[in-house]
Write a protein that binds this ligand. Sequence first.
Ligand code: PLP
Length: 368
Amino acid sequence: MTSYHGGAFFDAIGNEFDSLDQIDEVISADVLDAWFPPSPQVSRILGQLLDWAMRTSPPTGSEGLTNRIAETRGVGKRSVLPGAGSSNLIFQAFREWLSAESRILLLEPTYGEYAHVAENVVGCRVDRLTLSPDDGFRVDTARLLEPLSRGYDLAAIVNPNNPTGRHIPRRDLIDVLSRVSPRTLVWIDETYVDYVDAGESLEQFAATSENVIVSKSMSKVYALSGLRVGYLCGPPGLIDPLRRLTPPWAVSLPGQIAAVTALQDAEYYRRRYDETHCLREQLRESLLALADFRIVPGVANYLLCQLPADGPTARTFISCCRSEKLFLRDASATASSLDNRWFRIAVKDGDTNRRMVDIISHYTRKPY
Ligand SMILES: Cc1ncc(COP(=O)(O)O)c(C=O)c1O
Protein backbone atom coordinates (compact mmCIF):
# COMPACT_ATOMS: atom_id res chain seq x y z
CA MET A 1 0.00 0.00 0.00
CA THR A 2 1.33 3.45 -0.86
CA SER A 3 0.10 6.95 -0.15
CA TYR A 4 -2.04 8.69 -2.79
CA HIS A 5 0.09 11.09 -4.79
CA GLY A 6 -0.23 13.24 -7.87
CA GLY A 7 1.81 12.27 -10.90
CA ALA A 8 -1.12 10.81 -12.86
CA PHE A 9 0.20 12.84 -15.80
CA PHE A 10 2.79 10.10 -16.28
CA ASP A 11 -0.12 8.01 -17.63
CA ALA A 12 -0.04 10.38 -20.62
CA ILE A 13 3.76 10.48 -20.92
CA GLY A 14 4.29 6.79 -20.21
CA ASN A 15 5.99 5.29 -17.17
CA GLU A 16 8.65 3.98 -19.51
CA PHE A 17 8.88 7.45 -21.05
CA ASP A 18 7.67 6.30 -24.45
CA SER A 19 5.56 9.42 -25.17
CA LEU A 20 7.95 12.14 -24.11
CA ASP A 21 6.74 14.22 -27.06
CA GLN A 22 3.65 14.82 -24.86
CA ILE A 23 5.58 16.81 -22.24
CA ASP A 24 4.45 20.18 -23.58
CA GLU A 25 0.86 19.01 -24.14
CA VAL A 26 0.28 17.61 -20.69
CA ILE A 27 -0.30 20.05 -17.81
CA SER A 28 0.89 18.45 -14.59
CA ALA A 29 -1.00 20.64 -12.13
CA ASP A 30 -1.62 17.61 -9.87
CA VAL A 31 1.93 17.82 -8.46
CA LEU A 32 3.54 20.91 -6.98
CA ASP A 33 6.79 20.95 -8.91
CA ALA A 34 8.19 24.42 -9.59
CA TRP A 35 6.81 26.13 -12.69
CA PHE A 36 10.25 27.74 -13.26
CA PRO A 37 13.53 26.06 -14.26
CA PRO A 38 16.40 25.60 -11.78
CA SER A 39 18.91 28.44 -11.50
CA PRO A 40 20.77 28.92 -14.82
CA GLN A 41 24.00 28.18 -12.89
CA VAL A 42 22.63 24.72 -12.07
CA SER A 43 21.66 23.99 -15.67
CA ARG A 44 25.03 25.26 -16.95
CA ILE A 45 27.18 23.18 -14.61
CA LEU A 46 25.12 20.01 -15.03
CA GLY A 47 25.05 20.54 -18.81
CA GLN A 48 28.85 20.70 -18.81
CA LEU A 49 29.42 17.80 -16.41
CA LEU A 50 26.51 15.42 -17.01
CA ASP A 51 28.50 12.52 -18.52
CA TRP A 52 31.03 12.71 -15.70
CA ALA A 53 28.39 13.24 -13.02
CA MET A 54 26.40 10.22 -14.21
CA ARG A 55 29.32 7.81 -14.14
CA THR A 56 31.05 9.03 -10.97
CA SER A 57 30.34 8.01 -7.36
CA PRO A 58 29.34 11.07 -5.33
CA PRO A 59 30.91 12.17 -2.01
CA THR A 60 29.87 9.30 0.27
CA GLY A 61 28.03 11.22 2.98
CA SER A 62 27.12 14.36 0.98
CA GLU A 63 29.80 16.15 3.02
CA GLY A 64 30.11 19.24 0.80
CA LEU A 65 26.35 19.59 0.52
CA THR A 66 26.07 19.32 4.32
CA ASN A 67 28.65 22.12 4.73
CA ARG A 68 26.94 24.31 2.16
CA ILE A 69 23.52 23.89 3.80
CA ALA A 70 24.98 24.54 7.28
CA GLU A 71 26.73 27.70 6.10
CA THR A 72 23.74 29.02 4.14
CA ARG A 73 21.29 28.38 6.97
CA GLY A 74 23.58 29.46 9.81
CA VAL A 75 23.51 26.15 11.69
CA GLY A 76 26.17 23.62 12.72
CA LYS A 77 27.13 20.78 10.35
CA ARG A 78 26.03 18.16 12.86
CA SER A 79 22.52 19.57 12.66
CA VAL A 80 22.17 18.79 8.94
CA LEU A 81 21.34 15.46 7.33
CA PRO A 82 20.88 15.37 3.53
CA GLY A 83 18.86 12.63 1.88
CA ALA A 84 17.36 11.59 -1.44
CA GLY A 85 14.34 13.87 -1.12
CA SER A 86 12.51 14.64 2.10
CA SER A 87 10.20 11.63 1.51
CA ASN A 88 13.17 9.36 2.05
CA LEU A 89 14.01 11.15 5.28
CA ILE A 90 10.41 10.92 6.55
CA PHE A 91 10.51 7.13 6.14
CA GLN A 92 13.99 6.91 7.67
CA ALA A 93 13.20 9.03 10.74
CA PHE A 94 9.67 7.86 11.51
CA ARG A 95 10.66 4.20 11.36
CA GLU A 96 13.53 4.92 13.73
CA TRP A 97 11.64 7.06 16.23
CA LEU A 98 8.16 5.53 16.29
CA SER A 99 6.76 2.10 17.12
CA ALA A 100 3.30 0.54 17.11
CA GLU A 101 2.79 1.95 20.63
CA SER A 102 3.47 5.56 19.56
CA ARG A 103 0.84 8.27 19.26
CA ILE A 104 1.24 11.10 16.80
CA LEU A 105 -0.65 14.29 16.03
CA LEU A 106 -1.29 15.66 12.55
CA LEU A 107 -3.20 18.57 11.10
CA GLU A 108 -6.19 17.64 8.93
CA PRO A 109 -6.11 18.21 6.02
CA THR A 110 -2.36 17.92 5.49
CA TYR A 111 0.24 16.15 3.34
CA GLY A 112 -0.93 12.53 3.21
CA GLU A 113 2.47 10.86 3.48
CA TYR A 114 2.61 11.46 7.24
CA ALA A 115 -0.57 9.52 8.01
CA HIS A 116 0.51 6.84 5.56
CA VAL A 117 3.93 6.29 7.16
CA ALA A 118 2.53 6.42 10.70
CA GLU A 119 -0.54 4.23 10.14
CA ASN A 120 0.51 1.86 7.38
CA VAL A 121 4.30 1.60 7.73
CA VAL A 122 4.89 2.04 11.48
CA GLY A 123 1.35 1.00 12.47
CA CYS A 124 0.86 3.59 15.22
CA ARG A 125 -2.08 5.73 16.28
CA VAL A 126 -2.73 9.05 14.59
CA ASP A 127 -4.88 11.82 16.07
CA ARG A 128 -5.87 14.80 13.98
CA LEU A 129 -6.48 18.47 14.66
CA THR A 130 -9.18 19.25 12.10
CA LEU A 131 -8.97 22.64 10.41
CA SER A 132 -12.10 24.34 9.15
CA PRO A 133 -12.91 25.72 5.70
CA ASP A 134 -14.99 28.38 7.47
CA ASP A 135 -11.87 30.28 8.51
CA GLY A 136 -9.89 29.24 5.43
CA PHE A 137 -8.14 26.35 7.24
CA ARG A 138 -6.16 28.82 9.36
CA VAL A 139 -4.12 27.14 12.09
CA ASP A 140 -5.07 28.80 15.37
CA THR A 141 -1.95 28.42 17.53
CA ALA A 142 -3.97 28.44 20.77
CA ARG A 143 -5.97 25.47 19.45
CA LEU A 144 -2.71 23.76 18.42
CA LEU A 145 -1.15 24.11 21.85
CA GLU A 146 -3.99 22.29 23.58
CA PRO A 147 -3.55 18.84 21.89
CA LEU A 148 0.23 19.34 21.82
CA SER A 149 0.25 19.28 25.59
CA ARG A 150 -1.32 15.80 25.67
CA GLY A 151 2.01 13.95 25.56
CA TYR A 152 2.23 12.84 21.92
CA ASP A 153 5.42 11.10 20.84
CA LEU A 154 5.50 13.19 17.69
CA ALA A 155 3.55 15.99 16.04
CA ALA A 156 4.05 16.83 12.36
CA ILE A 157 3.17 20.36 11.24
CA VAL A 158 3.42 21.18 7.55
CA ASN A 159 4.08 24.93 7.30
CA PRO A 160 2.91 26.30 4.92
CA ASN A 161 0.40 23.49 4.96
CA ASN A 162 -0.34 21.36 1.91
CA PRO A 163 -3.04 21.33 0.46
CA THR A 164 -4.34 24.52 2.11
CA GLY A 165 -1.34 26.79 1.49
CA ARG A 166 -1.88 28.47 4.90
CA HIS A 167 1.19 29.55 6.87
CA ILE A 168 1.75 29.95 10.62
CA PRO A 169 4.14 32.90 11.14
CA ARG A 170 7.51 31.90 12.59
CA ARG A 171 7.13 33.88 15.81
CA ASP A 172 3.73 32.32 16.58
CA LEU A 173 5.04 28.83 15.96
CA ILE A 174 8.12 29.44 18.13
CA ASP A 175 5.80 30.62 20.86
CA VAL A 176 3.91 27.31 20.67
CA LEU A 177 7.06 25.18 20.42
CA SER A 178 8.60 26.85 23.45
CA ARG A 179 5.70 25.54 25.55
CA VAL A 180 5.69 21.93 24.28
CA SER A 181 7.19 19.19 26.43
CA PRO A 182 10.67 18.21 25.16
CA ARG A 183 9.43 14.60 25.22
CA THR A 184 7.21 15.36 22.18
CA LEU A 185 9.20 15.47 18.95
CA VAL A 186 7.90 18.20 16.68
CA TRP A 187 8.50 17.74 12.97
CA ILE A 188 8.09 20.96 10.95
CA ASP A 189 7.81 20.31 7.22
CA GLU A 190 9.02 23.46 5.43
CA THR A 191 8.78 22.20 1.86
CA TYR A 192 7.11 25.44 0.73
CA VAL A 193 8.40 27.98 3.28
CA ASP A 194 10.74 29.77 0.88
CA TYR A 195 7.70 30.95 -1.07
CA VAL A 196 6.84 32.99 2.03
CA ASP A 197 10.36 34.07 3.02
CA ALA A 198 13.54 32.10 3.74
CA GLY A 199 13.68 34.06 7.02
CA GLU A 200 10.48 32.30 8.14
CA SER A 201 12.35 28.99 8.45
CA LEU A 202 12.74 27.44 11.89
CA GLU A 203 16.03 25.72 11.06
CA GLN A 204 18.14 27.74 13.52
CA PHE A 205 15.54 27.30 16.23
CA ALA A 206 15.41 23.53 15.59
CA ALA A 207 19.21 23.15 15.61
CA THR A 208 19.47 24.45 19.16
CA SER A 209 16.26 22.84 20.43
CA GLU A 210 15.91 19.49 22.15
CA ASN A 211 12.95 18.19 20.18
CA VAL A 212 12.30 20.13 16.96
CA ILE A 213 13.27 18.84 13.51
CA VAL A 214 12.79 20.83 10.33
CA SER A 215 12.33 18.89 7.11
CA LYS A 216 13.42 20.76 3.97
CA SER A 217 12.72 19.49 0.52
CA MET A 218 14.84 20.97 -2.27
CA SER A 219 12.26 19.78 -4.81
CA LYS A 220 9.63 22.46 -5.02
CA VAL A 221 11.46 25.67 -4.16
CA TYR A 222 14.74 24.94 -5.98
CA ALA A 223 13.06 23.25 -8.96
CA LEU A 224 14.95 20.01 -8.35
CA SER A 225 12.10 17.48 -7.90
CA GLY A 226 13.55 15.07 -10.47
CA LEU A 227 16.96 15.00 -8.78
CA ARG A 228 15.64 14.00 -5.33
CA VAL A 229 17.39 16.16 -2.73
CA GLY A 230 16.21 17.20 0.73
CA TYR A 231 17.58 17.47 4.24
CA LEU A 232 16.70 17.49 7.91
CA CYS A 233 17.84 20.14 10.35
CA GLY A 234 17.65 19.51 14.08
CA PRO A 235 19.64 19.01 17.28
CA PRO A 236 22.73 16.79 16.79
CA GLY A 237 21.33 14.41 19.44
CA LEU A 238 18.48 13.52 17.05
CA ILE A 239 20.37 13.89 13.77
CA ASP A 240 23.49 11.83 14.62
CA PRO A 241 21.63 8.50 15.09
CA LEU A 242 19.82 9.03 11.78
CA ARG A 243 23.12 9.75 10.03
CA ARG A 244 24.35 6.32 11.14
CA LEU A 245 21.30 4.80 9.37
CA THR A 246 21.98 6.64 6.11
CA PRO A 247 23.48 4.48 3.35
CA PRO A 248 26.56 5.73 1.49
CA TRP A 249 25.96 7.82 -1.65
CA ALA A 250 22.36 8.53 -0.57
CA VAL A 251 22.19 11.64 -2.77
CA SER A 252 23.22 11.23 -6.43
CA LEU A 253 26.16 13.23 -7.77
CA PRO A 254 23.96 15.32 -10.14
CA GLY A 255 21.71 15.95 -7.11
CA GLN A 256 24.61 17.06 -4.88
CA ILE A 257 26.09 19.34 -7.56
CA ALA A 258 22.71 20.89 -8.34
CA ALA A 259 21.83 21.46 -4.69
CA VAL A 260 25.20 23.04 -3.79
CA THR A 261 24.94 25.34 -6.80
CA ALA A 262 21.29 26.25 -6.24
CA LEU A 263 21.97 27.27 -2.65
CA GLN A 264 24.40 29.89 -3.98
CA ASP A 265 21.84 31.56 -6.20
CA ALA A 266 19.30 32.79 -3.65
CA GLU A 267 18.67 35.96 -5.66
CA TYR A 268 17.44 34.03 -8.74
CA TYR A 269 15.04 31.98 -6.65
CA ARG A 270 13.76 34.99 -4.72
CA ARG A 271 12.74 36.63 -8.01
CA ARG A 272 10.93 33.42 -9.00
CA TYR A 273 9.00 33.35 -5.70
CA ASP A 274 7.93 36.97 -6.26
CA GLU A 275 6.69 36.03 -9.74
CA THR A 276 4.88 33.03 -8.24
CA HIS A 277 2.82 35.32 -6.00
CA CYS A 278 1.70 37.40 -9.02
CA LEU A 279 0.92 34.28 -11.05
CA ARG A 280 -1.04 32.74 -8.17
CA GLU A 281 -3.13 35.88 -7.72
CA GLN A 282 -3.83 36.09 -11.46
CA LEU A 283 -4.86 32.43 -11.51
CA ARG A 284 -7.09 32.97 -8.48
CA GLU A 285 -8.81 35.96 -10.07
CA SER A 286 -9.30 34.16 -13.38
CA LEU A 287 -10.87 31.17 -11.64
CA LEU A 288 -13.16 33.39 -9.59
CA ALA A 289 -14.30 35.09 -12.78
CA LEU A 290 -15.42 31.68 -14.11
CA ALA A 291 -17.56 30.38 -11.27
CA ASP A 292 -18.40 30.63 -7.57
CA PHE A 293 -15.32 28.76 -6.45
CA ARG A 294 -14.30 28.95 -2.82
CA ILE A 295 -10.52 29.52 -2.99
CA VAL A 296 -8.31 29.30 0.09
CA PRO A 297 -5.87 32.25 0.35
CA GLY A 298 -2.70 30.16 0.02
CA VAL A 299 0.81 31.62 0.07
CA ALA A 300 2.73 29.05 -1.99
CA ASN A 301 2.64 27.65 -5.54
CA TYR A 302 -0.82 26.06 -5.34
CA LEU A 303 -4.43 26.84 -4.57
CA LEU A 304 -7.01 24.74 -2.79
CA CYS A 305 -10.39 25.30 -4.39
CA GLN A 306 -13.93 24.12 -3.78
CA LEU A 307 -16.32 23.74 -6.70
CA PRO A 308 -19.66 25.55 -6.42
CA ALA A 309 -22.35 23.71 -4.44
CA ASP A 310 -24.44 23.19 -7.58
CA GLY A 311 -21.38 22.20 -9.66
CA PRO A 312 -19.87 18.81 -10.52
CA THR A 313 -17.99 16.78 -7.92
CA ALA A 314 -14.21 17.13 -7.91
CA ARG A 315 -13.95 13.62 -9.30
CA THR A 316 -16.15 14.33 -12.32
CA PHE A 317 -14.58 17.74 -12.91
CA ILE A 318 -11.02 16.35 -12.69
CA SER A 319 -11.77 13.52 -15.09
CA CYS A 320 -13.26 16.03 -17.59
CA CYS A 321 -10.13 18.23 -17.34
CA ARG A 322 -7.96 15.16 -17.71
CA SER A 323 -9.60 14.39 -21.07
CA GLU A 324 -7.99 17.68 -22.19
CA LYS A 325 -4.64 16.71 -20.65
CA LEU A 326 -5.01 18.97 -17.63
CA PHE A 327 -4.19 16.96 -14.50
CA LEU A 328 -5.53 18.29 -11.19
CA ARG A 329 -5.48 16.87 -7.70
CA ASP A 330 -8.64 15.51 -6.07
CA ALA A 331 -8.06 16.93 -2.58
CA SER A 332 -11.11 15.21 -1.14
CA ALA A 333 -9.64 11.81 -2.05
CA THR A 334 -6.84 12.21 0.52
CA ALA A 335 -8.49 14.23 3.26
CA SER A 336 -11.49 12.78 5.07
CA SER A 337 -12.44 16.25 6.36
CA LEU A 338 -12.92 17.68 2.86
CA ASP A 339 -16.17 17.10 1.03
CA ASN A 340 -16.19 15.80 -2.54
CA ARG A 341 -15.89 19.21 -4.19
CA TRP A 342 -12.32 20.17 -3.27
CA PHE A 343 -9.44 20.13 -5.73
CA ARG A 344 -5.90 21.50 -5.68
CA ILE A 345 -4.27 23.22 -8.62
CA ALA A 346 -0.57 24.04 -9.02
CA VAL A 347 0.45 27.52 -10.15
CA LYS A 348 2.20 27.44 -13.54
CA ASP A 349 3.73 30.03 -15.86
CA GLY A 350 1.37 32.67 -17.32
CA ASP A 351 0.67 30.86 -20.62
CA THR A 352 0.00 27.55 -18.93
CA ASN A 353 -2.25 29.22 -16.35
CA ARG A 354 -4.28 30.70 -19.22
CA ARG A 355 -4.54 27.26 -20.86
CA MET A 356 -5.69 25.77 -17.55
CA VAL A 357 -8.34 28.44 -17.06
CA ASP A 358 -9.56 27.92 -20.62
CA ILE A 359 -9.91 24.16 -20.09
CA ILE A 360 -11.58 24.65 -16.72
CA SER A 361 -14.04 27.12 -18.26
CA HIS A 362 -15.44 24.26 -20.40
CA TYR A 363 -16.62 22.47 -17.26
CA THR A 364 -17.72 25.32 -15.02
CA ARG A 365 -20.19 27.09 -17.28
CA LYS A 366 -23.74 26.60 -16.14
CA PRO A 367 -25.60 24.33 -16.57
CA TYR A 368 -22.89 21.98 -15.26
C1 PLP B 1 4.46 18.95 2.32
C2 PLP B 1 5.37 18.04 1.57
N1 PLP B 1 6.38 17.45 2.21
C3 PLP B 1 7.24 16.62 1.58
C4 PLP B 1 7.08 16.36 0.23
C5 PLP B 1 8.04 15.42 -0.43
O1 PLP B 1 8.99 16.12 -1.14
P1 PLP B 1 10.34 15.48 -1.67
O2 PLP B 1 10.34 14.03 -1.31
O3 PLP B 1 10.33 15.70 -3.14
O4 PLP B 1 11.45 16.21 -0.99
C6 PLP B 1 6.05 16.96 -0.48
C7 PLP B 1 5.82 16.66 -1.90
O5 PLP B 1 4.84 16.99 -2.50
C8 PLP B 1 5.17 17.83 0.20
O6 PLP B 1 4.15 18.45 -0.42
